[in-house]
Design a protein around this ligand. Structure first.
Ligand SMILES: Cc1ncc(COP(=O)(O)O)c(C=O)c1O
Length: 403
């Protein structure tokens, strides 16, 4: 842990939107990162599920270097090749037909819900309401704050834009009850990430999809956190046997660079030129990097590895649960995993792990979330488990109360 001048400067210069962990990261390679005092960390935060291939993966670095010397930005007034190549790869490997590129997850969701409103206007007599779920997270714009079913994000900004109904997650009847004449879509995360890594029942998505098809409303999946291999299949919808009408991606899609994507089935690709757009979206630099990263993930069956190593990680976390009474639950899929405790100790654990060289994320006051690079090995898992076990032993005797 370092207490550098950068941290003092940050305190003075920034709007207070985040409580940062006192580490100033200056370099990363693979699953490792280093701070400004040369201390090494095993990174199980992964840039919040962004660094799918770890820090500075050579395929992405090479693509960036090459593209930076060729063409960085051109605007969407013109055709550019890397964005078409990336679109082709995404369409070939998903159930969707058309794509729109933007720069972040929230923009992808905004685009998805604008598309849902076009659908409502053109096909459902002006229906505009979207059903979303409690504990969801869809991003930070005003509209996506309204879509995000968590009062802690909504309350500071009330009144919020109209047109969203938040209902319980993993409850098909709640979706049915919230559906009315004005409903044009349902948007769900296949597994809720920021809300605590909440895994729904196996048939939840399938039953919501059937309801949407029956009612003629759009079934939208926010795969911003779950997509691109994170849960052990290229997209989480494959695991649940459904096919969304619209899907949003970001985070791991860029393997470290900022990109978002909105994908839609042909029948719902209802934008006309000028109805939506982006200055930076789909720029050649970012698309070349994302293309190289995604091609690597597909060619090397990284989702298969995620499934294997993720299962191992869950088993090892279950061992911690057996050892320490304070650990109450291990949940997740692939490499999106939460460890829950009976006490609100996540902040303390994050700092204690940092001290021992492991970066982890607090997802709730009583839960940690792990979103490591998709390329971690069993050895990395063992190292993380050993640090977690040390930290828990320091604070809690195995099977004991707080010491
Ligand atoms: C499921 C989901 N949707 C949307 C977002 C927003 O993405 P961004 O922060 O890139 O705008 C996030 C970010 O955590 C997310 O996890």
């Amino acid at each position: 842990m370092s207490d550098s001048k950068w941290q003092e400067l940050e305190q003075r210069l920034f709007l207070r939107t985040v409580n940062r962990v006192p580490v100033t990261l200056v370099r990363g390679q693979g699953v490792l990162a280093w701070d400004d005092e040369g201390k090494e960390y095993l990174d199980f935060v992964g840039g919040w599920a962004v660094n799918s291939l770890g820090h500075c993966p050579s395929v992405v670095v090479e693509a960036l270097e090459k593209q930076a010397r060729t063409l960085i930005q051109a605007s969407n007034q013109f055709y550019t090749i890397p964005q078409v190549q990336l679109a082709q790869l995404l369409i070939e490997h998903s159930c969707l037909d058309r794509v729109f590129f933007c720069n972040s997850g929230v923009e992808a969701n905004e685009g998805a819900l604008k598309l849902a409103r076009r659908y409502g206007k053109l096909r459902l007599n002006g229906a505009y309401e979207v059903v979303t779920t409690h504990s969801s997270f869809h991003g930070r714009t005003l509209a996506m704050t309204a879509a995000t079913g968590q009062s802690k994000f909504q309350e500071p900004y009330i009144p919020l834009p109209d047109g969203f109904v938040n209902v319980d997650y993993n409850n098909v009847d709640a979706v049915k009850q919230a559906t009315g004449q004005q409903t044009c879509a349902v948007i769900l995360e296949p597994i809720q990430g920021e809300g605590g890594v909440n895994v729904p029942d196996d048939d939840y998505l399938r039953r919501v999809q059937s309801w949407c098809r029956e009612k003629g409303i759009l079934f939208i999946l926010d795969e911003i956190q779950t997509g691109v291999g994170r849960t052990g299949t290229l997209f989480a919808y494959e695991r649940y046997g459904v096919e969304p009408d619209i899907m949003t991606l970001a985070k791991g899609l860029g393997a470290g660079v900022p990109i978002g994507a909105l994908l839609a089935r042909e029948n719902f690709s209802l934008f006309s030129p000028g109805e939506h757009g982006s200055t930076f979206g789909g720029n050649p630099l970012v698309c070349a990097a994302a293309y190289a990263g995604l091609q690597y993930i597909i060619d090397n069956d990284i989702p298969g590895e995620v499934e294997r190593v993720g299962n191992y990680f869950m088993l090892r976390l279950d061992e911690l649960k057996q050892q320490f009474d304070v650990v109450t639950e291990v949940r997740g899929r692939g490499l999106l995993i939460a460890l829950e405790f009976s006490q609100e100790i996540a902040d303390q654990l994050v700092l204690a792990c940092v001290d021992r060289g492991l970066l982890v994320n607090k997802v709730r006051p009583n839960a940690l979330r792990f979103m490591p690079p998709l390329i971690i090995t069993e050895k990395d898992v063992d190292k993380a488990i050993s640090i977690l076990a040390d930290v828990l032993t320091d604070k809690f005797q195995a099977h004991g109360a707080e010491s």
